[in-house]
Design a protein around this ligand. Structure first.
Ligand code: 6CS
Ligand code: FE
Length: 294
């Protein structure tokens, strides 16, 4: 059942692509927090903020050990294989099951920055590992996370931020996250209509919620495409509507990343705006969500 709320960001309604101005603030409120005024200004301008070497080797090592644990677990719903390679693990969801990730995502340097950007308490909407293994790690086509979270999960407003933690060194060559600077200022509605149980396909190879080339050219003409490169322990915060994607990793070096999506406690999910059924809760927390402890 789709929601009866006014859809302020219609997409995948069966029509053509359309680019509209963003209708929500980028930074909500003016709460204090770990980010400096210069860092806040860069985030508002670009739609992302890269913090090189934010986390130390101990935190990275703990996450890598947790990654090995979670990757070994059974083939639960939170494990996603690469397209066309059922034995190659692509993503693992619901990282809070592991104490190392649970404590990292609650650290003030991460969760405090999210509260500062979103102007409220926050909860984890989604957490995932993208392993992007050496030679076989496949990329992710260009997309706005908010477009998916609005259409398929019922996220009402652009009041969420992703935190990407590099668990291995990110180079220009091993499939780093690519972001279009400034793209968060426009909403790109996508063509087509969401198939039932779309996540069973989209998390392996996304086809719906991927903007057309003309829209991507339009955005890239207004903002530089920048890679998130840096040593393991580097962190990128990116706004939920910033256009991003990444290429395949054909190099001998893995590009493993953890993603924590912080959503405002005041932006909790309603019924999907463009899908028949909500996605499972390991992809989109809903119901009795709990704020990340401050
Ligand atoms: O569908 C989702 O929620 C996920 N898909 C992508 C490609 N990025 C955001 C999110 O992790
Ligand atoms: Fe994404």
């Amino acid at each position: 059942m789709t929601t009866t709320l006014e859809d302020r960001h219609p997409s995948r309604t069966g029509g053509e692509s359309e680019i509209t101005e963003r209708r929500d603030p980028v930074r909500w409120g003016s709460d204090p927090g770990p980010l400096s005024p210069e860092q806040l200004a860069a985030y508002e301008r670009d739609g992302f903020l890269i913090l090189p070497d934010l986390l130390g080797p101990d935190a990275v090592d703990a996450c890598l050990a947790a990654t090995r644990d979670l990757s070994r677990s059974d083939d639960g719903p939170g494990l996603v294989a690469e397209p066309g390679a059922d034995d190659e693990l692509r993503s693992v969801f619901e990282l809070g099951r592991h104490p190392a990730f649970a404590s990292l995502m609650a650290m003030d340097v991460l969760a405090g920055a999210a509260r500062q950007l979103l102007g409220s308490d926050v909860y984890i909407h989604q957490s995932r590992l993208n392993l992007k293994r050496a030679f076989t790690g496949r990329g992710f086509p260009w997309h706005s996370d908010f477009e998916t979270w609005h259409v398929e999960d019922g996220m009402p407003a652009m009041r969420a931020v992703s935190c990407s933690v590099a668990l291995t060194d990110n180079h220009t060559t091993n499939g780093p996250l690519l972001l279009i600077a400034g793209s968060h200022r426009w909403f790109v509605s996508c063509p087509g209509q969401t198939p039932d149980d779309h996540h069973l396909q989209s998390l392996r190879r996304q086809e719906y919620g991927v903007p057309d080339h003309d829209s991507l050219r339009w955005l890239a003409a207004r903002g530089e495409i920048r890679p998130f490169t840096g040593a393991a322990g580097s962190v990128a915060f990116f706004e939920c509507n910033t256009m991003h994607g990444s290429a395949d990793n054909i190099t001998p070096t893995p590009r493993a990343s953890a993603f924590f999506v912080y959503n405002s406690i005041d932006n909790q999910l309603v019924e999907p705006f463009g899908a028949a059924q909500p996605r499972p809760t390991h992809l989109a927390a809903r119901g009795d969500v709990r704020s990340v402890a401050s």
